[in-house]
Write a protein that binds this ligand. Structure first.
Ligand SMILES: [Zn+2]
Length: 198
């Protein structure tokens, strides 16, 4: 059977609370060849929450936050390719900016460890990238519909990412089935064959 792969995203239509990134002295490196920026956290991911509806998954720029429930389900099913780290929550607010009670216990950052090489189009060819840092220029992302995993470059993890598309989780059919069956809140899956890179 041919393996299917999916990009894991927030389900924006369900109006769950949002986690919003709050910068916390990250390390910023500029590539000398393409001028691309690389941002690396130097301490725990810092966020605040806006909204009342609790989810199991929150995406925050290039980072993912998961609930204890989602963490336990992944662990119980021996899902590989990720680690977790504590997060720092600076506050929780409603849409008007008023402070609210919002349970953030057990939330943690999901750090993707698995990898599958550099971005490839559905025909298997690499997408043009910087030779030094691997960044794909925004202009080269335009019109790219559909990606392909090179099975030779994939490390076999259940959760993984492209080396030059960091923080965007890709999951196997097995992970998709488990999360859907467990009714994990605020996740949606896009087959990488249909994913629009732009
Ligand atoms: Zn570069």
């Amino acid at each position: 059977m041919k393996e299917e792969f999916y990009i894991l995203e927030e389900d924006c239509e369900k109006h769950y609370a949002e986690a919003i990134y709050k910068s916390n002295n990250p390390k910023i490196e500029i590539c000398e060849l393409c001028n691309g920026r690389r941002v690396t956290l130097t301490s725990n991911l810092q966020v605040y929450f806006e909204g009342k509806k609790k989810a199991d998954y929150y995406s925050v720029t290039q980072y993912s936050i998961i609930s204890e429930n989602m963490y336990n389900i992944l662990k119980e099913n021996n899902i590989t390719g990720f680690d977790t780290s504590d997060i720092h929550v600076t506050g929780c607010y409603d849409a008007r900016g008023n402070k609210i009670d919002f349970d953030t216990n057990g939330l943690r950052e999901m750090i993707i460890l698995g990898n599958c090489g550099f971005l490839r189009k559905t025909d298997g060819n690499l997408i043009e990238k910087c030779e030094k840092c691997g960044r794909v220029k925004p202009v080269d992302k335009e019109d790219v519909i559909g990606l392909k995993i090179s099975i030779d470059e994939w490390d076999g993890s259940d959760i993984f990412q492209f080396k030059n598309f960091k923080g965007v989780p890709i999951v196997t059919q097995k992970v998709k089935d488990i999360l859907e069956k467990s009714k994990i809140k605020n996740v949606t899956f896009i087959n990488i064959k249909d994913y629009k890179l732009d």
